[in-house]
Design a binder for this molecule. Structure first.
Ligand SMILES: [Zn+2]
Length: 390
């Protein structure tokens, strides 16, 4: 028995403030209902969405003709009716890339964002050679999934660019020629390539995949080697001039502090990113840092006192920066993406306590991304789907 339609209604009503047409909004709504509730009948779609049965039929025929959706099994209801259930076309897939300075995850996902296969590609130190192994990994995954039809390649990237990629990209932690990625991958695969800042992509993903009730005003904070934010405001992504909106990570929070990749000092990300967490561990323990931030989080989960203190310090600065975001944008919800969320029960309360120090406004709701470590990959799928379905 499907659950009541509260969320679906929220999606329709709030999305109407965006720049999408009503037809696109209803299409997205129906597609997402099929994605989350498959297999589902047309009658249930009408009931759950609140749309007219005739509207549902038209949209579903479109989705079937364009092969986003398939008619699957036949159900059996009382009084002899036999509805046909709808499901996503699992033959269609997207290549998703989550790019980091030293490694990139390349994945095959289905249209619902479910990861079918993935490879982690270690990247060479020479930035000019970084794209070659990525392209090779994509081609190999496509070859290994010859039964799938690929809709495109989505790339989540720790940097900013104007959407046309004409201007150089601001990517302090990614010192390689990002501009050529899009054209190289397109040439190698023949597929459409959609690329965006990882935090923007994660914000879009929260909205596209319908996980968030705060669809009008939500800020996604991606905590990784640096800190980036994606701002979904008044029903759309806020990009700003040259696509540079959301660089809270490079607001100075400590005068004459640690040098930052942007050329400044004491930026928020020098105090609250994964790199800061590793540095705090080195300072507190007097030992070398663990091999990765994920390893540091595991140590804290195993009750290592120094690891815990290091991550508490990082969490404190993270929360302090979120106050700045809460004051500037008053989002209804802030979503954290990154490895720190895998120990949310330990550090989420610290972050939230700092956020709530804000005296003059109601603190936004704070939560980790539901997707945990796969949020960045799924955000790359959202980039392709957002363009493809409309
Ligand atoms: Zn900076």
């Amino acid at each position: 028995m499907p659950t009541p339609p509260t969320h679906a209604f929220t999606f329709t009503r709030k999305q109407s403030a965006s720049n999408k047409t009503p037809r696109q909004i209803n299409r997205n709504l129906v597609f997402n209902l099929i994605r989350t509730r498959q297999p589902i009948s047309r009658a249930d779609l009408a009931r759950v969405s609140g749309l007219q049965r005739s509207t549902i039929s038209l949209i579903v025929e479109d989705l079937i003709r364009e092969r986003w959706v398939l008619e699957g099994s036949t159900g059996r209801l009382p009084r002899g009716r036999r509805p046909t259930f709808l499901e996503l076309n699992h033959q269609r897939a997207v290549i998703a890339l989550d790019i980091h300075p030293s490694q990139t995850t390349v994945a095959v996902t289905d249209l619902g964002g479910r990861i079918v296969a993935q490879n982690i590609v270690a990247l060479p130190d020479d930035p000019n050679k970084a794209i070659t192994p990525i392209v090779a990994a994509i081609r190999k995954l496509i070859a290994n999934h010859a039964d799938k039809a690929f809709d495109g390649v989505g790339i989540s990237l720790p940097g900013r660019a104007d959407p046309e990629l004409r201007k150089p990209i601001f990517a302090p932690n990614l010192n390689w020629p990002v501009q050529s990625i899009k054209s190289r991958i397109h040439r190698a695969t023949g597929l459409r390539v959609e690329i965006d800042n990882v935090a923007n992509a994660c914000a879009l993903s929260e909205v596209w995949f319908g996980d968030s009730d705060g669809l009008q005003d939500i800020v996604v904070v991606n905590v990784s080697e640096g800190i980036g934010t994606g701002i979904f405001s008044n029903g759309r992504l806020l990009r700003g001039a040259n696509g540079m909106a959301g660089e809270f990570g490079h607001v100075e929070m400590e005068h004459d502090g640690h040098p930052c990749g942007c050329g400044g000092r004491g930026c928020w990300e020098t105090l609250a990113s994964n790199r800061a967490g590793l540095r705090y561990y080195r300072e507190i323990s007097g030992n070398g840092a663990p091999p990765s931030f994920a390893a540091l989080v595991k140590m804290a989960q195993a009750d290592d006192k120094n690891a815990t203190r290091a991550l508490e310090k990082m969490s404190c600065y993270l929360g302090r920066g979120l106050r700045m975001i809460a004051s500037a944008l008053a989002p209804s919800e802030i979503v954290i993406v990154g490895d720190i969320t895998s120990a949310w029960h330990l550090f989420g309360p610290k972050i939230e306590a700092e956020l709530k120090q804000n005296a003059f406004s109601k603190a936004p709701k704070l939560r980790p991304s539901f997707e945990g470590n796969t949020a960045r990959l799924r955000s790359a799928v959202a980039l392709v789907m957002n363009q493809g379905l409309n």
